[in-house]
Write a protein that binds this ligand. Sequence first.
Ligand code: SF4
Ligand code: SF4
Length: 183
Amino acid sequence: MKTLRLKNNLQQFVDEIDKISGINLRDCYQCGKCSAGCPMVMQMDYPPSKLIRHIQLGEREQVLTSSTIWVCVSCLTCSTRCPKDVEIAGLMDVCRELSIKEGLATREQRKIQQFHKSFLETIRSNGRLYEVMLIAKYKLRALALFQDVAKTPKMLLTGKLKLLPHKIENVEAINKIFEECDK
Ligand code: SF4
Ligand code: SF4
């Protein structure tokens, strides 16, 4: 059987993804089990298994401009189903980060990452979700200060939004988890 050898510039992308993610993409033998179980596959331009094939072939642009990496909701179904233990959900995270770093993500796609960051910071500060802080952080990042602002008074009056946070007792323990992840 003939071995496929990639040109240097294509191999560079495969090595880069390998290095950042720690995932050995050569383990994927294209069985398609990940794609068969993905609940979002109908909304993606490539199913997860095909995205991996594009990475294996060093096709940087197809991967980093793909809607797949942004439509993925990190449900981990693909990673759980993979017979070769390829951590596909983690791979999507790495691709999203690279897409932003290289300026390939659209404004709408960047908003998804801005929302994720705002959500995690809120959890880090309070140990649980505090919607007012989440909304404020997200709107500042996304420069969408006035979006849906008219709904706020009604949400506050009906108790859908709580003005003050309800922190958990041991927020420090949550902070330690984040600190470990930051290392
Ligand atoms: S389930 Fe695993 S081995 Fe099969 S196509 Fe997906 S990533 Fe590759
Ligand atoms: S983690 Fe993403 S790619 Fe994997 S099954 Fe869930 S939505 Fe699909």
